[in-house]
Design a protein around this ligand. Structure first.
Ligand SMILES: C[S@@+](CC[C@H](N)C(=O)[O-])C[C@H]1O[C@@H](n2cnc3c(N)ncnc32)[C@H](O)[C@@H]1O
Length: 246
């Protein structure tokens, strides 16, 4: 059963400033490169209406708009959306929104879901997310899901490391349990001890194929990284899927 939103790990961790400290290397230059490749991968024409679903602090949304598109960034984290609102403009808007719900029906040419922003729920919740995405797309609209490639990740588990950033030592433990990848993050800051956990389903290509089949999407193509390289389940860093609303 899903936790209530207020206490679910994805509501607290992503809304905390510490998430942004730990992932600061996932920055604007990575996003700019990813967006440029993904726009080509998906065949996006200028002037498209695009949702950046789970946009975080908007690092991809700004470049999708800059490329000449009309962009709405959505995220569950009020802190991230408050930040994004400071650089809203004519073709770039942001809203707090839960990905499992329909935002606006039949409005979008594309939905981008980037940097492992999928697979947080059980099968029902994941499929509910895809159904909400489908509802938001125009007929023939497309979704891009940029997920981690779990096979090489799982090979390296369990794994422990300490990452020191901005004066904080993050103690990290990653492991696989019940086909979910867990990342425990512990640290002390200003005399307080913190503990967070990220969890994501270890979804593989065949799981996405099943989800797409159930929810009315046709898989169009698969790529293995932000440089557009083909997908190889043993070597690729990413599993990037492009699917069309049937
Ligand atoms: C791994 S981060 C990626 C953020 C952004 N795409 C990026 O690349 O910087 C996942 C994002 O999903 C958001 N998120 C988590 N659960 C969500 C939900 N139920 N609905 C909408 N957004 C959610 C988080 O707040 C977080 O910003």
């Amino acid at each position: 059963m899903e936790e209530k939103d207020g206490s679910a790990w994805y509501s607290t961790w992503f809304d905390s400033p510490f998430y942004h400290i730990l992932y600061q290397h996932r920055n604007h230059s990575e996003a700019e490169k990813a967006v440029s490749t993904l726009l080509t991968f998906a065949g996006v024409k200028k002037g498209s209406v695009i949702m950046d679903l789970c946009c975080g602090k908007g690092r991809h949304a700004v470049f999708i708009e800059k490329a000449g598109n009309i962009v709405t960034g959505l995220d569950l984290s009020p802190a991230s959306i408050n930040y994004c609102k400071t650089f809203e403009k004519d073709n770039l808007h942001f809203d707090v929104h839960d990905m499992r719900k329909v935002y606006q029906a039949d409005k979008f040419d594309y939905v981008f879901n980037l940097f492992t922003s999928f697979g947080y729920f059980d099968d029902q919740g994941n499929e509910q997310t895809l159904l909400a995405i489908k509802e938001g797309l125009k007929t023939g609209g497309k979704v891009i899901i940029d997920f981690l490639n779990v096979i090489p990740v799982i090979k390296g588990l369990p794994a422990e490391e300490v990452i020191s950033l901005d004066g904080i030592d993050f103690y990290i433990l990653k492991y696989l349990e019940n086909n979910r990848i867990y990342k425990h993050i512990k640290f002390t800051h200003d005399g307080h001890e913190y503990s967070f956990c990220e969890e994501v389903n270890a979804l593989q290509l065949n799981d996405f194929e099943r989800y797409f089949e159930h929810t009315g999407f046709k898989l169009l193509s698969v790529s293995g990284d932000y440089d557009g390289s083909p997908f190889n389940e043993h070597q690729s860093k990413r599993l990037i899927l492009l699917a069309e609303k049937k």
